[in-house]
Design a protein around this ligand. Structure first.
Ligand code: MG
Length: 288
């Protein structure tokens, strides 16, 4: 989710949960900024990622060595402020945030190491699911822990890990499908080879006019794969009983479904980024 849409939906949340959710988001954003920064040498990056769940308890910690291209570098430069706020949270919220950060940090470190050794590739659908689990599925699981801890939601919500992770997986996979053109330009391939290799020898071939039908069939298969999470995501939403929490979770899911509908067999998305217009997003939000 973009920062802008996140800011819009977070206003909806009840005050007892708003601050833990904001800090959870900012901490994971800090972690992700380290993961994405290709100027940090791998031997330095791995311990930063693996230990981040402990770093967030170190008063005064900040990181000044981000690469010049990192748009979120200011977040890490002033991370001491985030740590102060994090330490002011109820202990239980701190623990849930740290648990999720620990699992995400070690998953990111594992992928960063593999990428440094062999280049970043996603071969199988199982690898694709594992990657999406670490970078997004865990967000849904962590949020559920916070919702139940606040008593705005029942404990069944945090215990339903399998349903929770569908929320993040559906958002992540939607973005991965939508961003194909942009990622191909930068030579980052997140589409699993197990799927695209049925349609071409090199994924860049999908952009050739003579491969249009193959490209559309490949998009269909990618969209069908993302939609496998829709049922789990709807089942998760049906567990929620607080309106603001429901809106916070449902709005991004509805937007993801709308995006999938837009890019399904859409030849434009192969060569350029296709996005839902802001007016349409506003209508989604006002209907909930
Ligand atoms: Mg990242």
């Amino acid at each position: 989710m973009t920062s802008r849409s996140f800011c819009a939906v977070i206003q909806e949340l009840n005050s007892e949960i708003r601050k833990p959710v904001i800090l959870f988001y900012l901490i994971l954003r800090g972690l992700d900024t380290i993961e994405d920064d290709m100027t940090i040498p791998i031997e330095k990056k791995v311990p930063l990622l693996v230990n981040f769940h402990q770093t967030i308890f170190e008063k005064g910690w900040k990181f000044l060595e981000s690469g010049p291209e990192e748009k979120d570098a200011p977040l890490l430069r002033q991370f001491d402020i985030i740590i102060d706020e994090f330490l002011s949270l109820d202990r239980k919220f701190q623990e849930h945030i740290a648990t999720t950060t620990k699992e995400m940090g070690s998953g990111m470190a594992m992928h960063a190491k593999a990428a440094a050794e062999n280049g970043f590739t996603i071969e199988t659908k199982a690898e694709y699911n594992r990657y999406c689990y670490y970078v997004a599925g865990l967000v849904g699981i962590g949020l559920s822990l916070l919702f139940s801890e606040s008593h705005l939601e029942d404990h069944i919500v945090s215990k339903s890990r399998n349903l929770s992770l569908n929320m993040g997986l559906m958002l992540q996979k939607t973005n991965i499908i939508r961003d194909l053109a942009e990622d191909l330009t930068e030579n980052r391939i997140f589409w699993p080879k197990e799927i695209w290799s049925k349609y071409c020898k090199d994924i860049h071939e999908l952009q050739l006019p003579e491969k249009r039908e193959d490209a559309l069939n490949c998009i269909s298969e990618m969209v069908a794969d993302a939609l496998e999470h829709a049922k789990g995501s709807l089942a998760y939403l049906s567990l929620l009983r607080t309106q603001s929490v429901f809106n916070f979770c449902a709005i991004p899911q509805v937007m993801a479904l709308k995006t999938l509908a837009l890019i399904y067999r859409n030849p434009n998305m192969i060569t350029k980024n296709v996005k839902i217009r802001r007016g349409q997003s506003a209508r989604v939000c006002s209907r909930l």
